[in-house]
Design a protein around this ligand. Structure first.
Ligand code: C2E
Ligand code: CA
Ligand code: CA
Ligand code: CA
Length: 277
C-alpha cells in the first residue's frame, strides 16, 4: 500500500540504498574470495538410467564467507555476473573441476564426466575458448568428458556468434548441455537450431510431475523431441521415487536430484560412488 507524504518514498529510498550497499559489500568480499581460497566446489551425481550408477557429476560452486558462512550461488553468481568477476571465478571453477575429474579418472573412475555451469556473461567472452583449451591441456582432462551447461539466455544473444562459439567448443570435443530447459523462450526451436548434445529438463517441471498433468505432458514432449534429435535427456530435481518412476517410464536418460544425493564434497562423492551408489 502507498503511504501518504514523502515518508513512504524516503523509506523506499533508504531500503534501496541499504540493499545496494549490501551488494557492494558482498561484491568487494567476492573480489577477494578467489585469492583467499574461500570458493569451493560441491559435486552432485548424475545417474545413468540403464546402469543406475553415476555416469557424471555436476560441479556446483560454494562460497565460504569468513563471517557469513556458506553463501548460496543464487545470491552471489548474479553479483559475479554483473561485476564481471564471473570470468575469473568461472575460469577457477573449470580448472578445479577438471583437476578433480582427472584425479577421479586416475583412480579408476575413468568414465565419469564432469559438468560445469557457464553463465551467459561468461559465454559472451571470446576468451572462454582459450580458457577451456588451456584448462584441458594443463589438467589432462579429456575434452569428451567435459560438459558445459549453458542456459537459454545464452542463445538469445546474437545467433551467429553463439553458433560459432558452440561449434568451436564442439570441435574441441567438449559437449554442450542446455540447462533449465523449458523455462526460457521458444526453447523447442533452439534444440534444432543450435549444436547441443544434452537437454536438462528444469526441476520446476519435475517437481509436480505426479500431480500436474500439464507438467507431465511438457516432460513427455521434451523427451520425445530430444529423442528425435538424438539428444541425451537429463532430469534435474528428482526428489521422490514417484518422480523417478515417471521419468524412467518416459525413458529419460539421466537423473539428478536429492533422491540420489545432494551436492557434496569430492571425497564424500567418491566414497558414495565406490560404495556402489
Ligand atoms: P543449476 O545449474 O540449475 O543447478 C541445479 C541446482 O539445483 C543446484 O542449486 C542444486 O543444488 C539444486 N538441486 C539439485 N538437486 C535438487 C533437488 O532434488 N531438489 C531441489 N529443489 N534442488 C536440487 P545450487 O547449487 O544452489 O546452484 C544454484 C544455481 O547457481 C545453479 O543452478 C547455477 O545456475 C548456479 N551455479 C552454481 N555453480 C555455478 C558455477 O560454477 N558457475 C555458474 N556460472 N553458475 C553456477
Ligand atoms: Ca546446471
Ligand atoms: Ca538447472
Ligand atoms: Ca538454475
Amino acid at each position: 500500500a502507498k503511504r501518504s507524504g514523502g515518508n513512504g518514498l524516503s523509506f523506499y529510498a533508504r531500503e534501496m540504498s541499504a540493499s545496494s550497499a549490501e551488494k557492494l559489500v558482498l561484491e568487494t568480499h567476492l573480489r577477494h574470495a578467489v585469492q583467499r581460497g574461500e570458493l569451493f566446489l560441491n559435486y552432485q551425481p548424475i545417474l545413468n538410467g540403464q546402469t543406475g550408477r553415476p555416469s557424471g557429476v555436476e560441479a556446483l560452486l560454494r562460497w565460504k564467507h569468513p563471517q557469513r558462512g556458506v553463501v548460496a550461488p543464487d545470491r552471489f553468481i548474479p553479483l559475479a555476473d554483473e561485476s564481471g568477476l564471473i570470468v575469473e571465478i568461472g575460469a577457477w571453477v573449470m580448472r578445479e573441476a577438471c583437476t578433480q575429474g582427472k584425479r577421479w579418472h586416475r583412480q579408476g573412475m575413468d568414465d565419469l564426466s564432469v559438468s560445469v555451469n557457464v553463465s551467459a556473461v561468461q559465454f559472451a567472452q571470446p576468451r572462454l575458448l582459450e580458457t577451456v583449451r588451456t584448462t584441458l591441456e594443463d589438467t589432462g582432462f579429456p575434452p569428451e568428458k567435459l560438459v558445459l551447461e549453458i542456459t537459454e539466455s545464452v542463445l538469445m544473444k546474437d545467433a551467429e556468434t553463439t553458433i560459432g562459439m558452440l561449434k568451436a567448443l564442439k570441435n574441441m570435443g567438449v559437449r554442450i548441455s542446455m540447462d533449465d530447459f523449458g523455462t526460457g523462450y521458444s526453447s523447442l526451436s533452439y534444440l534444432k537450431r543450435f549444436p547441443i548434445d544434452i537437454v536438462k529438463i528444469d526441476k520446476s517441471f519435475v517437481r509436480d510431475i505426479n500431480e500436474d498433468e500439464d507438467d507431465a505432458a511438457i516432460i513427455r514432449v521434451i523427451i520425445a523431441l530430444a529423442r528425435s534429435l538424438r539428444l541425451t535427456t537429463v532430469a534435474e530435481g528428482v526428489e521422490t521415487p514417484e518422480q523417478y518412476g515417471f521419468l524412467r517410464r518416459e525413458q529419460c536418460d539421466r537423473f539428478q536430484g536429492y533422491l540420489f544425493s545432494r551436492p557434496v564434497d569430492a571425497d564424500l562423492l567418491e566414497q558414495r560412488i565406490r560404495a556402489g551408489g
